[in-house]
Design a protein around this ligand. Structure first.
Ligand code: FES
Length: 140
């Protein structure tokens, strides 16, 4: 192989591997995220969640939401939108009833956001949640 042919071959290999190198650099610069979802962002501490029974926000990355521990005993985090699907009122977590309740027309939802009673036509929107250190992380 002549030197000129060898140089052209090397240039061709470099050009063909460039997209892979760019893709590798891009994936390293992405924020922590699950496949198919957005970034996980801290909502508050596990200590506050356990002390208060829930964590809520009226503007968490533009969402109104609440996080509770599954009262069924698994301890799993359940994160739901607090916007009632009937007419948009804000639902509250009622630990005594073990439900999210809507003050407007008596709608209620199970801890996982599914409808348990009243007029709501749809379940509450849910969000992925996880614990990272002492932080409650919500996927937005
Ligand atoms: S707005 Fe919630 S039940 Fe009507």
């Amino acid at each position: 192989m002549k030197r000129r042919e060898f140089n052209l071959l090397g240039l061709g290999l470099l050009a063909s591997s460039l997209p892979l190198a760019i893709a590798a650099c891009q994936s390293d610069s992405e924020p922590a995220a699950d496949a198919g979802g957005g970034e996980f962002v801290a909502l508050g501490s596990m200590a506050d969640l356990d002390a208060q029974g829930s964590l809520t926000s009226d503007d968490f990355q533009g969402e109104k939401l609440a996080v509770i521990r599954d009262p069924g005993g698994s301890g799993e985090l359940l994160a739901v939108s607090t916007v009632c699907t009937h007419a948009g009122c804000t639902v509250d977590w009622d630990s005594a009833q073990g439900k999210f309740v809507c003050p407007c027309h008596g709608g209620s939802y199970n801890p996982d956001g599914t409808v348990s009673g009243g007029p709501p036509p749809q379940p509450l929107t849910t969000f992925a949640a996880k614990i990272e250190g002492d932080q409650v992380m919500i996927q937005v």
